[in-house]
Write a protein that binds this ligand. Structure first.
Ligand code: SF4
Ligand code: F3S
Length: 106
């Protein structure tokens, strides 16, 4: 599956959801996740993310491995999102800041 990682937090650009052929993105207050059971590994979402926050599970940076479980867990709790919306107001400011997991709202 593809995994949404740390840099999405507090940005949530949502460009990714528009291209997913199986609509497997789920939305929380300041982060999105991909349902790993629904993702068909088409790779279409990866280049769409302005924050470069989406990775194939096979190419996940070592410090992002914890997001495998976070995506699987939260996909079962959050509502589906299929249409792009405005990014979070401070998205540009937060884009690229490291270790945003501490700010994840569930
Ligand atoms: Fe959707 Fe394809 Fe991205 Fe998986 S890889 S989340 S199926 S767009
Ligand atoms: Fe997040 Fe990137 Fe999608 S910032 S909402 S994974 S476009």
């Amino acid at each position: 599956a593809f995994i949404v990682t740390d840099n999405c937090i507090k940005c949530k650009y949502t460009d990714c959801v528009e291209v997913c052929p199986v609509d497997c993105f789920y939305e929380g207050p300041n982060f999105l996740v991909i349902d790993p059971d629904e993702c068909i590994d088409c790779a279409l979402c990866e280049p769409e993310c302005p924050a470069e926050a989406i990775f194939s599970e096979d190419e996940l940076p070592a410090d992002q491995v914890q997001f495998v479980e976070i995506n699987a867990d939260l996909a079962g709790k959050w509502p589906n999102i299929t249409e792009k919306k405005d990014p979070l107001p401070e998205a540009e400011e937060w884009d690229g800041k490291p270790n945003k997991l501490q700010y994840l709202e569930k």
